[in-house]
Design a protein around this ligand. Structure first.
Ligand code: SF4
Ligand code: SF4
Length: 318
């Protein structure tokens, strides 16, 4: 039994951890990204080639069409906008009546051929979630590469101009803050006040909500840490276990489809290659009745999601 399961067994009523319905499906459209952030748990970069094929997209659409309980679809990557079928995917999901959220790094809007994206998303009232790991250029460029801060700010300006983050309730943009290193993210409410104030003062920018997210020491970040540092981090997470976070763990109501069509409990388990514990482990043989009560494939790093206030709360989805 892993250390996370032990904790669930002793301190909660949730052992073994099971899904409790599926209302959200996360589609990873590909690992290619215009950026190469130091904390990236999916190891995305401009060199990555894997992308979700049209066949896998169509299989996912079929699943969504026949399962109305799954009402929210999150498009992620890499940079989801780099998938050649991105636009069609968004339009098809909207026709199915799904609530669509796009995880966008915003710097992508400066890439050739992708300047259409902000206007396209605004036209369809698509919610955007983006990451901004600091308010200063120094902090952001250190984590996401030189020149990225200016592109993100420019992307935010375009979105604000289109109505995102302002009084128009249909156009929402949330910002995710994550620490530079493997550390538990700070209190979101407090940090939101600082972000709102500073971004207004510095760039006349606004957004809806700030979400804090801790970094998982896997992928690119994991490779930068020694085994003993990761062990110490897990001990720290274990010490800060908060049983109240278990009810709202993202994996309990969500499922992830990887670019190759395999199914995972969350983006972290996807990056670790730990598939769902079910014989229905690909989108081609999806079974709602089986997967909506599946046992979650937990591991010691799940402690990241249950430390202090929890880090994968679902409040950002609506
Ligand atoms: S963290 Fe996001 S923006 Fe950065 S490299 Fe990974 S996928 Fe791209
Ligand atoms: S890492 Fe994934 S599977 Fe583990 S608790 Fe967090 S959301 Fe659930």
């Amino acid at each position: 039994m892993n250390i996370f399961d032990k904790k669930l067994l002793v301190a909660t009523k949730h052992y073994p951890l099971r899904a409790d319905n599926i209302d959200t499906l996360q589609m990873n459209l590909g690992y290619k990204c215009n950026l190469r952030c130091t904390h990236c748990h999916v190891d995305s970069s401009p060199e990555r080639k894997e992308e979700m094929s049209l066949n896998t997209i169509l299989a996912t659409v079929r699943v969504l069409k026949s399962n109305n309980t799954i009402n929210t679809v999150i498009l992620t990557g890499g940079a989801p906008e780099l998938n050649p079928h991105f636009r069609k995917v968004v339009e098809t999901l909207l026709k199915l009546g799904k609530y669509v959220i796009v995880c966008s790094n915003l710097a992508i809007y400066s890439e050739p051929g992708l300047r259409y994206v902000p206007g396209f998303l605004a036209k369809h009232n698509i919610k955007i979630i983006t990451s901004l790991p600091g308010i200063s250029m120094e902090e952001v460029d250190k984590q996401r590469g030189n020149g990225t801060y200016k592109k993100i700010i420019s992307g935010l300006k375009k979105l604000n101009k289109l109505g995102y983050g302002n009084s128009d309730k249909r156009l929402k943009i949330d910002i995710i803050y994550n620490p530079l290193d493997a550390a538990i993210a700070p209190d979101a409410k407090k940090l939101q006040r600082t972000y709102k104030k500073k971004l207004k003062e510095m760039h006349d920018l606004s957004f809806n909500q700030l979400i804090t997210f801790s970094n998982m020491p896997i992928g690119r970040l994991g490779r930068q840490m020694t085994k003993s540092k990761i062990r110490d981090f897990i001990k720290y997470l274990d010490k800060n276990f908060n049983p109240d976070t278990v009810c709202s763990l993202m994996c309990r109501k969500q499922i992830n489809v990887a670019p190759d069509g395999k199914l995972y409990d969350c983006g972290f388990t996807q990056s670790m290659g730990r598939a769902v514990k079910s014989r229905h482990s690909t989108i081609d043989n999806f079974s709602y009745s089986n997967l909506s009560r599946r046992k979650i494939a937990t591991g010691s790093l799940c402690l990241l999601c249950t430390a202090t206030a929890g880090t994968t709360c679902r409040c950002c989805l609506k």
